[in-house]
Design a protein around this ligand. Structure first.
Ligand code: GSH
Length: 212
């Protein structure tokens, strides 16, 4: 079901979570306005933005009076609103949920932290090593899965693929060699060929990129 209320995405192109929402909007063909929240300047912690999201995080998706403040809720909501990229029944819902959970447990608390440490943090060291255990474990789950399956949750692309793609695109920034993950790499290529795919800066344009 669709309506005429406009969508507003609050986000930043450095955010993998905001990129999930932006991809879902684009890949379902849903028009939206983009409001940049400058994470580098910490405007996400200023009072104007805290009125929109008291957690001080991006993304937020506004649809009329509704504010969705969790990236995975935005995926589920847009799937329901557009009838696209969602599960068709509870068997599929359960498998989509597995991969949304994977994105949080192994990518959010693993791969994404490695990239953060290397690009913005202390670099290699104890913190990096701590998160690498989780990232390695996650990559050890997804690579063999994608050697056997074209898409993560179903026989077709779903928002499970959108939940997982952004952080996997940070593989090299997180210190891994892309060539060590041929099945993941092939899935990334299939994903990038889907209608509506674009990179984060195209979907969430900001001035002064890369931010200081
Ligand atoms: N559970 C949230 C996590 C959102 C999140 O961690 N956002 C990060 C960017 S990827 C953020 O806004 N960080 C800013 C901060 O914590 O100050 C979701 O899935 O949307």
């Amino acid at each position: 079901m669709t309506d005429n209320l406009s969508y507003v995405l609050y986000g930043h192109p450095r955010s993998g979570n905001a990129y999930k929402t932006a991809l879902m909007l684009s890949m379902t063909g849903t028009p939206y306005e983009f409001e940049a929240v400058d994470l580098m300047a910490r405007t996400n912690l200023e009072s104007d933005y805290l009125e929109i999201n008291p957690l001080g995080k991006v993304p937020v998706l506004r649809h009329g009076d509704l504010l969705l403040r969790q990236s995975h809720d935005t995926l589920r909501y847009l799937a329901e609103q557009t009838g696209k990229l969602g599960p068709d029944n509870w068997m599929e819902e359960a498998r989509v949920g597995d991969w949304v959970g994977f994105a949080v447990d192994f990518l959010g608390y693993g791969l994404a932290r490695l990239r953060f440490e290397l690009l913005f943090g202390a670099g290699p060291g104890p913190v990096f090593d701590y998160f690498k255990v989780t990232a390695d474990r996650g990559l050890g789950i997804i690579e063999p899965h994608l050697a056997e399956h074209e898409w993560l949750a179903c026989e077709r692309p779903t928002f499970a693929d959108i939940a997982v793609f952004p952080v996997t695109s940070f593989l090299v920034d997180a210190g891994y060699d892309q060539a060590d993950f041929p099945a993941l790499s092939a899935w990334q290529e299939r994903f990038k060929a889907l209608p509506g795919f674009a990179w984060q800066l195209e979907l969430m344009p900001i001035e002064n990129w890369p931010p200081a």
